[in-house]
Design a protein around this ligand. Structure first.
Ligand SMILES: [Zn+2]
Length: 155
């Protein structure tokens, strides 16, 4: 029997293993994209140690993008251990990317202490600094969600 995607009433199109938590939404809002906020359908999967996310105009498209990432992750070179070596790229919190399949993974490095001159991200300005301008930016984007541009199509 097909699984229902958590937080939706939609059945998953793909045969996700029972051990992989899946959730999604028809209307997500993404803040701080390169061209500002946008709305998107999204599908997220949580196989052990990583987080995969697809976006698209509709939920089915988002699931398709996420499923393609899952296939890459699950088929990583067939070696033991399955993933690694890793590289940090922009992450300093201990996360990194598998150099073979390219998928993001948490807790694969020791975290690097924060650079005190680093520019805080929007989410930190809201929840850590309680910066009124950041809070207004978030609330405005959410209130206007229906008018935001859509994410580019998954293909
Ligand atoms: Zn890998």
């Amino acid at each position: 029997m097909a699984r229902i995607i958590k937080n939706t009433r939609t059945e998953a199109q793909h045969d996700w293993p029972d051990t992989v938590y899946i959730q999604g939404g028809e209307r997500g809002v993404v803040l701080g994209g390169p061209d500002g906020a946008y709305q998107t359908a999204f599908f997220e999967a949580f196989p052990g140690g990583t987080f995969l996310r697809g976006e698209g105009r509709i939920l089915a498209e988002a699931e398709e993008m996420c499923w393609r990432q899952y296939q890459v992750w699950v088929n990583c070179d067939g070696a033991t251990p399955a993933h690694g070596p890793y590289e940090r790229r922009q992450y300093t919190n201990g996360a990194g990317f598998c150099t073979r399949c390219g998928i993001w993974a948490s807790k694969v490095f020791e975290p690097i202490p924060d650079d005190p001159n680093r520019k805080p991200r929007l989410i930190e300005r809201v929840f850590v600094d309680r910066d009124p301008e950041a809070i207004e930016e978030v609330l405005t984007a959410v209130a206007d969600a229906a008018d935001l541009p859509h994410a580019p199509s998954g293909d």
